[in-house]
Design a protein around this ligand. Structure first.
Ligand code: GRF
Length: 188
């Protein structure tokens, strides 16, 4: 069982899916939020998982100083894999290098299409007939690392960014635990 920390900033529905999944490859042992009021913190505590806030705001523009705190918290608990789940901070080269090959993220598009934000709107505006989600390794370029797994869905007439986001979320909740388990098994 690989020891996983999940980094969140908000709702934490993907975190909930990772907590709920019945599998034997990973165990979520720590949740860190950069936002003190993140709903996901309570989800973790309900599941009996340690949940802490490391507020990024006191660090101002010094993103690396914030990440050094995160890094120390992870090392203190012998974390082996970091899973980003709605974590709204872009990681600096310091963190990405320190945890190279050990950080995964879930992104709401079929990468390499639509890295960054507003993915649902961009898929609609492009006239795509399908959309989806990707679990990928985190590298220095945003949303550019090796793909662990993807799941696609059909875009229907009348879809809006909101309906796409809602339908995709259920797909993410199935995809992320499967991909995290597969990734955990692939690590020595
Ligand atoms: C998800 O859509 C995920 O793909 C994106 O941010 C959202 C997080 O939602 N990275 P939640 O906090 O897991 O509910």
């Amino acid at each position: 069982m690989k020891r996983v920390a999940v980094l969140i900033s908000g709702r934490g529905s993907n975190l909930q899916a990772l907590l709920n999944a019945k599998q034997d490859a990973y165990k979520v042992v720590l949740v860190i939020s950069n936002a003190p009021n993140a709903e996901g913190l309570e989800r973790a505590r309900q599941a009996g998982v340690e949940a802490i806030t490391i507020d990024h705001r006191p660090f101002g523009k010094d993103r690396e100083a914030f990440e050094r705190e995160v890094d120390a918290a992870l090392r203190a608990r012998n974390i082996e894999i970091v899973a980003l789940a709605g974590f709204m901070r872009v990681l600096t080269p310091f963190f990405v290098r320190a945890w190279a090959g050990r950080v995964v993220n879930i992104h709401p598009s079929l990468l390499p299409k639509y890295p960054g934000t507003n993915t649902h709107k961009r898929a609609l505006e492009a006239g795509d007939c399908e959309h989806g989600a990707t679990v990928h390794l985190v590298v220095e370029d945003v949303d550019a690392g090796d793909i662990v797994g993807q799941a696609a869905m059909t875009i229907e007439p009348g879809d809006t960014p909101q309906t796409l986001a809602q339908r995709l979320l259920a797909i993410e909740h199935d995809l992320y635990p499967r991909c995290l388990a597969q990734f955990a098994r692939s690590l020595t």
